[in-house]
Design a protein around this ligand. Sequence first.
Ligand SMILES: NC(=O)c1ccc[n+]([C@@H]2O[C@H](COP(=O)([O-])OP(=O)(O)OC[C@H]3O[C@@H](n4cnc5c(N)ncnc54)[C@H](OP(=O)(O)O)[C@@H]3O)[C@@H](O)[C@H]2O)c1
Length: 510
Amino acid sequence: MKISTLADSSDQQCYEKKAPENALVIFGASGDLTQRKLLGSLYELFVRKLLPGGFFVIGCGRTELSDDGFRAKARQLLGDRKADQDDVNRFCDRLHYISGQYDDTRFYDTLREKLSQFDQKYSMHGSHIFYLAVPPQLFGTIIDGLGQAGLTCGEKEAHLCRSRLVIEKPFGHDLDSARQLNDKLHEHFNEAQIYRIDHYLGKETVQNILMFRFANSIFEPIWNRNYIDHVQVTIAESLGVEHRAGYYDKTGALRDMFQNHLLQILALVGMEPPVSFSADPIRDEKVKLLGAVRPFNADNIDKLLLRGQYGPGKLNGKNLAGYRDEQAVAENSNTETFVAAKLFIDNWRWHGVPFYVRTGKRLPRKLTEVAITFKKVPYSLFATAGIENLPANVLVFQIQPDEKISLSFQAKSPGSKLCIKTLDMDFDYEEVFQQTAPEAYQRLLLDCMIGDQTLFNRQDDVELAWKLVTPILEHWHSSNDTPFVYPACQGNLKPVDDFISQDGRSWRSL
Ligand SMILES: NC(=O)c1ccc[n+]([C@@H]2O[C@H](COP(=O)([O-])OP(=O)(O)OC[C@H]3O[C@@H](n4cnc5c(N)ncnc54)[C@H](OP(=O)(O)O)[C@@H]3O)[C@@H](O)[C@H]2O)c1
């Protein structure tokens, strides 16, 4: 069953903001994130005329590159997307590059001079956005460099300063380091200038969780422990650690996925209605929700969490290496590549409703979804006809690989026999809107230029998430237990199934 396509635009209510004047300075412009995500997203915004007139980019890095060299890289990338040549030329004209060392004050002098030169050239009177697309150990050096060069302003002068800072996860590796990072950021930037990206929050279906909950009156009355049996959040990948093995071995699934993406999604599903659809009211409710998650401690961690590590396996007849055999992974590594957890939210809405979350690499397929399983009907009217066990309704927000929402329900199959079948009412983003969902970075870059922090992490929610996770990290570190080993890319993992079946429930299939 399908959701019908919008017949015309009369039943569509839209609100699109255009960015005021901004220039973007990207540190790490030669890197993976800039090349794979940022340049393409900026180009799409440029083509859709959502960037301000005087917009320009300054890419920075140690790599020696001229403006033309940087543009050539962008052209190559956009060429692969079969972009219009005139648009590409006009976009590339706005790209500039400077090279240097981030701990050298001369680098920031050059940057300051270039910024003032280009502000004049492009008649720009807007703010400068500093995007740190570099490994996190460089954040402090760059922030100090910007501060010392007078390109930022500290807490006290924040109202005078319109510059912004964008950083990518990881925001620390435990609670202490997250606090240290926040202290460092606040030496030169006010919280209102800091944009911490969790790119999952820029995905359309993740945002649709809010629209679905708060723009429809039929779900909110049943969005609680009276009607919902349990919630499952899954972020599964079929890939292994690939080129990130060195980073991943020091990180693991708990830090890489659970602390940020999984908890952020959980907060959107579970939070109370905010007083308005704006940054702080929404972030306040997320923080309240995270604050209500039952803490993990040495007594409950082994019951509420399960960690695994992929071993060798096969996919489409091809042998796959086990985690410990991956390049740059220690041969006795106990880093988890899989985590399942059961969380409880201790408030009136959710008391007693388990939230099961799981994430892992080398699972049978790529899938990110939130599934809300409602309680079964209290009594089957059809028991006399032999149909006693009626499945529960399930509402699913699928975020990857395709963006979809579906609701399952029971209906009679045609014919003289009494047969009840589970059907799905589906909303497929691409089919209904006749376009693929835009890359999350487009939305996030635009929001940053506009100055809308709704989809960005705030200091307190980052620290609360680390507060939840740090006892688990410490417990695992001090424990003699090792992660269970699962064959790469195979389903039906017994410890994982047992983890949920002991509660009389089962995982949705992968
Ligand atoms: N890639 C992704 O999809 C992704 C996803 C989520 C989060 N992130 C985060 O985004 C940030 C950037 O990621 P990335 O994958 O683009 O990183 P990357 O490719 O490893 O590094 C980006 C650039 O930083 C510079 N760099 C690297 N190591 C350096 C060092 N020790 N000293 C000075 N410069 C160094 C390099 O440029 P130069 O040598 O030219 O200076 C490099 O091109 C990181 O914080 C990462 O955790 C990335």
